[in-house]
Design a protein around this ligand. Structure first.
Ligand SMILES: [Zn+2]
Length: 125
């Protein structure tokens, strides 16, 4: 695959995300492409009110951009992209929502996510 094919494939995954984060994801893909054109996304989704992006292989440069975008997603409404806060329902469902989309939600006092990234060596290393 060429770098531009990888970028196109990465960009096509935008539909897996809530609409409010799609511009954030598109910009992230363009930024990643500029520093590591080989970085391929294998999965992206909303998890506990945060955008998550998973790569096929380790890329220190791409991970730095992904970590920053993940953190930024916790202040962008996942429905409409307005300024927002990480929020939760009484029964523990998390979302990052603005005041217009926070019906049933209260601001969360902490994120339930703790990020741990492990590198598992390949068999030939
Ligand atoms: Zn909103």
């Amino acid at each position: 695959m060429t770098d531009s094919e990888i970028l196109a494939e990465n960009l096509s995954r935008v539909i897996e995300l809530p609409e409010g984060w799609q511009d954030l994801y598109r910009q992230l893909m363009l930024d990643i492409s500029a520093i590591d054109g080989r970085a391929r996304v294998v999965d992206t989704k909303e998890k506990f009110g945060e955008m998550r992006v998973y790569l096929k292989e380790y890329s220190e440069l791409a991970f730095a951009l992904i970590d920053a975008a993940n953190a930024r997603s916790r202040s962008i409404c996942q429905v409409c992209a307005a300024p927002a806060v990480l929020s939760r329902t009484k029964d523990g469902f998390y979302a990052t929502v603005c005041s217009s989309h926070s019906n049933g939600f209260l601001p969360a006092d902490f994120s339930p996510l703790r990020h741990v990234r492990m590198v598992v060596p390949k068999a030939d290393q």
